[in-house]
Design a protein around this ligand. Structure first.
Ligand code: GDP
Length: 413
């Protein structure tokens, strides 16, 4: 069966954070230092069966085909449908209901940062030059980005001049509403699973079995951003909600990525298809889609490598994986770009490599519970034009929530 090993990839993530944070701090400091207008004051907040091609499959009984589910039905930690077991009988015990984490509870650094400035602006009782300096500094420090900060403040200045914003409280309310508008995008939910999935018998004669479609969600992003962890969290959430998922360990480049994913598969009660280390990731995903079709899984969640020998290799490999995944019975319905919020503006630059390779349907922003400053959500939607669909607020299986613009901005303030 599957060999399970500790999460050795944690070291990768740690290195990425250790390297990225100082870089971002320095970059943020430079941006602010060059933009402050010489006020001179401090800030207010001073085991497997081996199939063809060396691909291994962890065996579990085939799942009952699942009904299509909407993103609401697959919401965090809540079993929306009666659970079904092998053969389709209802499972007696209720799915565990786990309280999802909240932005307010988890946005440590991000909350502290903005709220200090906001408090100082409100306390002044009037709007003057310092107010604008404080807001500018707050937004840039919070990783909102220079372009978005300028756009926000120019608009607010105009409204103050026109008299529609009379005092600091109204100014903060207007800023909040503008930020919510900036991070609100249509199509920010995950696609419904299995809307094109046709029910079959899970292994019967191919002659009398109708064609099936297998949805494929690809997880792409730089090494250490949290792809494998996010995939495991999504698998946990969907399994709990009654959608059987098959995991594809498409990161054959990184040693231990397969073991790490196997551990998540065990936790989620999901099956996994793995390849040999250094093997062809496309054939792992291809085999997973074939297996999903024959066993009745409506969805394959595929991990991919975040680093290859060079950028061209990475792009070509991703293109190939995407093409193979989209070959019937497979169809790619989500390509989720995973970004580490603690890397701030640097993360955006890294993300652009992936945008060259595949059409991305949404972003998963991880590690917002850590040293991240939150404003990166604004920059992602403004600069990449992509909706943030999911947010990681911790390392546990339940620490993933749907992105909610109002709750997010509210927590920041
Ligand atoms: P990958 O290389 O992109 O697959 O990244 P991993 O999934 O291996 O994650 C790298 C590290 O980040 C691991 O230590 C994870 O536990 C950690 N991690 C992932 N998501 C989150 C999150 O939302 N919050 C925190 N605090 N850590 C996370």
């Amino acid at each position: 069966m599957i060999d399970v090993v500790p999460l050795t990839a944690a070291a990768d993530g740690l290195i990425a954070v250790v390297v990225a944070v100082p870089v971002v701090l320095v970059a943020g400091g430079i941006a602010i230092a060059t933009r402050r207008r010489g006020r001179g004051d401090g800030s207010p907040t001073a085991g497997a069966e081996t199939g063809g091609g060396g691909v291994a499959v962890a065996e579990r009984p085939a799942p009952a085909p699942a009904a299509p589910q909407t993103s609401e039905q697959t919401g965090s930690g809540v079993a929306a449908e009666p659970r079904v077991g092998v053969g389709g009988e209802p499972v007696d015990e209720p799915a565990p209901v786990v309280e999802p984490p909240t932005y307010r509870g988890r946005l440590g650094k991000a909350r502290g940062l903005l709220s200090g400035y906001i408090g100082a602006v409100r306390a002044k009782g009037r709007i003057d030059a310092t107010t604008w300096d404080d807001l500018e500094e707050a937004l840039i420090r919070a990783d909102v980005g220079v372009g978005a900060t300028d756009a926000l403040l120019d608009d607010l200045r105009g409204r103050v001049k026109a008299g529609s914003i009379p005092d600091p409280d109204a100014l903060i309310d207007a800023l909040k509403a503008d930020l919510v508008a900036m991070v609100t995008t249509p199509a920010s939910g995950l696609s419904a699973v299995g809307s094109g999935h046709t029910e079959g018998t899970g292994g019967g004669s191919p002659d009398d079995e109708p064609a099936r479609t297998v949805d494929v969600w690809l997880f792409v992003g730089v090494n250490g951003v949290g792809k494998t962890t996010t995939l495991g969290k999504v698998a946990t959430r969907l399994s709990r909600a009654g959608t059987p998922v098959l995991l594809a360990a498409g990161d054959t480049f990184r040693a231990a990525a397969g073991e790490q994913l196997s551990l998540w598969a065990e936790r989620a009660g999901a099956d996994i298809v793995r390849g040999s280390e250094g093997g062809d990731p496309s054939s792992v995903v291809f085999d997973a889609v074939q297996r999903a079709a024959s066993k009745g899984y409506p969805l394959v969640l595929a991990d991919t490598a975040g680093r290859l020998h060079n950028k061209v290799n990475l792009i070509e490999e991703l293109k190939k994986i995407r093409k193979v995944s989209d070959r019937p019975p497979g169809r790619v319905t989500e390509v989720l770009l995973v970004l580490d919020a603690t890397t701030g503006q640097n993360g955006l630059a890294q993300a652009k490599v992936f945008l060259d390779a595949v059409v991305v349907t949404g972003v998963v922003l991880t590690k917002l519970d850590g040293t991240a400053k939150g404003g990166i959500v604004v920059a992602i939607q403004r600069e990449l034009g992509l909706p943030v669909k999911l947010v990681g607020l911790g390392e546990g299986p339940d620490d993933l929530i749907d992105f909610d613009p109002e709750a997010f901005v509210d927590a920041l303030f």
